[in-house]
Write a protein that binds this ligand. Structure first.
Ligand SMILES: [Zn+2]
Ligand SMILES: [Zn+2]
Length: 274
């Protein structure tokens, strides 16, 4: 399915899709700053102990340039002539960031949970800044995927940034079929056990599945114990689109209507469009 056909069927996703296109366009015009690939052996002990890469003092990744790219992205979007609520929100965000000392470093810290930066629209900053940071980190995420032994992680949180998963993907064919969890922040995908809840770690807990009418490739897997859910892509080939969090926002709405809780970081806690 093409993204255009998808949007025909889910018209209310259009404002987010438009924002995503604008973000990609502005980001394409920003210099991608160099990231230093860590010496993986320096990080090995932390990896085995379950410390995510970005939290490891031994990996010593410098994230400030990613924060700088995030600031440039916000400025680039704010300088585009456009009207509407979202455009105003982006300009308000840009104005508030301009007044902050050491803002690039603090944006990077903000993404890892530091709360000394209190922007007017934290959800919007989180979305924009993670998009820029994920672009900055891409060579590291690729190198990390090549180095790490998936069998030695199998944890419920992202091995790169430590976030809980936004989505899952069932990939491969039996008997080698695996479940990958997908980070909505840094874009890492990592292996997890086939059954079981990544939110409450109740080992015995199998997830129940809700099929989505008209969407054979997507379903909602949810936990009876903690009420958490995972949007799951049961297929391969359309990862770039279907594993982007916004393209399955309607699944979040269905889950919400069923009383389930979004336990992944929400990148869309702001009101799109209007
Ligand atoms: Zn991540
Ligand atoms: Zn659970």
């Amino acid at each position: 399915m093409t993204s255009e056909a998808w949007l025909e069927a889910h018209a209310y996703l259009r404002p987010l899709a438009d924002l995503s296109v604008r973000v990609d366009r502005v980001l394409a015009g920003i210099d991608v700053l160099d990231v230093r690939i860590p010496d993986w052996e320096d990080y090995r002990a932390d990896f085995l102990a379950g410390v995510p890469l970005l939290s490891s003092a031994n990996a010593a990744l410098e994230l400030e340039p990613g924060g700088r790219m995030a600031g440039a992205l916000v400025e680039g979007l704010a300088s585009e002539a456009s009207s509407g609520k979202l455009a105003e929100e982006i300009r308000a965000l840009a104005t508030s960031l301009r007044g902050e000392p050491q803002v690039s470093r603090r944006i990077a810290d903000f993404l890892l949970g530091d709360d000394t930066l209190t922007p007017p629209l934290p959800g919007l900053l989180r979305y924009l800044a993670w998009t820029a940071m994920a672009r900055f980190l891409r060579p590291v995420v690729t190198s990390f995927a090549g180095w790490r032994d998936e069998e030695r992680w199998l944890r419920r949180y992202c091995p790169t940034c430590g976030s809980l998963p936004a989505m899952a993907q069932l990939a491969g064919v039996e008997p080698g079929r695996v479940r990958l969890l997908s980070c909505g922040c840094c874009g890492t995908r990592w292996q997890f056990k086939r059954t079981g809840c990544p939110f409450c770690e109740s080992d015995s807990q199998r997830l129940a599945s809700v099929a989505i009418e008209g969407e054979p490739g997507l379903r909602i897997d949810h936990c009876e114990s903690c009420g958490g859910y995972l949007k799951t892509y049961n297929g391969q080939g359309n990862e770039a689109f279907l594993l982007s969090d916004w393209s399955s926002l309607h699944l979040d709405l269905i889950a919400h209507d069923r009383g389930l809780k979004r336990l992944a970081v929400s990148l869309y806690e702001f009101e799109p469009g209007a």
